[in-house]
Design a protein around this ligand. Sequence first.
Ligand code: TXA
Ligand code: MG
Length: 329
Amino acid sequence: MRFVVATPLSIKEGADIIRKGGLVAFPTETVYGLGADALNPEASARIFKAKNRPEFDPLIVHIAGLSSLEKLCLSVDERAKRLINKFWPGPLTLVLPKSEIVPDIVTAGLPTVAIRMPAHPIALELIKEAGVPIAAPSANPFGYISPTTAWHVREQLGERVDLILDDGRCTVGVESTIIKLAEGAILLRPGGVTIEEIEEVIGRVEIPSNNLTKLEAPGQLQRHYSPMTPLKILGDKSSKIQSKIPRGKRVGLLAFTPPKADPSRQAYAMVEVLTPSGDLKEAALNLFSCLYRLDKAGLDIIHVEPLLEVGLGMAIMDRLKRAAGNCKL
Ligand code: TXA
Ligand code: MG
């Protein structure tokens, strides 16, 4: 494995590795991705192995230009076109009918393919240089916290990757929003583009409860994004936090905003604050890094203060509920 700062030269090296069937970790605006040639089934199979990812969990294919979209999809309807115009490049993934050139391993045998154009100059350059679309899940072991720095990738995947391109911290911090465009539009995963923004463009989007079949939303597991340390989401704010700290245990707190006059927080062994200024964008950006630090601190349990599920709060709470293993979406 080589760990290098992303430069025009190292991007060329990465593109070369991709073309030869290797694995390159690269930055996107959401999280770091673990990339391989999306049209090469053996290369894509290496992604599953490196992550320990079950093969029923399909990958997102990353593109740098709209001409690739036509090759990868059978059809792109009006709603998809409007979403693409508004949000690409950006943190929105569209699930569309796939064409023959997409290998079955990439889509887990489904007739659809998930596609996104990332808003990150290094990612776009890497895809262009490679000359092929790049299949990339988040660059973490399956089920663990997603990486928002190249160092997270190095610590978690190390020698399982051929090259890591470092370009500092991601700017969105939660994964892309996934929308499936079938008869209706269905939200498969809340993410960096809010549902409110999407509904402004295409009208009502269905937010499924937990009645989607495994085939419609593969990979959206109840337990995911999880630290090794048990995580518990606290009840409403008015309840007394201190009384919830088990005696003799080292408990950490993931807080939304900094403590005001809240002495109960002093009982915590460690407190991470998502957003000093109370801004949801900043909270999303800090989410995985804060969880990562709490997980490294040798705590017995991590408490989490819940936040309102509006705007980016929906994606943040989705990740936290899955990290706690009790997500209903
Ligand atoms: O922001 C992101 O989307 C990041 C960066 C690296 O681009 N990637 C990412 O990939 O989050 P990953 O593998 O963690 O999430 C891919 C998810 C799958 O778990 C599955 O739920 C959904 O996308 N997916 C992929 N193809 C699908 C399909 N054909 N139908 C339904 N869902 C699909
Ligand atoms: Mg992931």
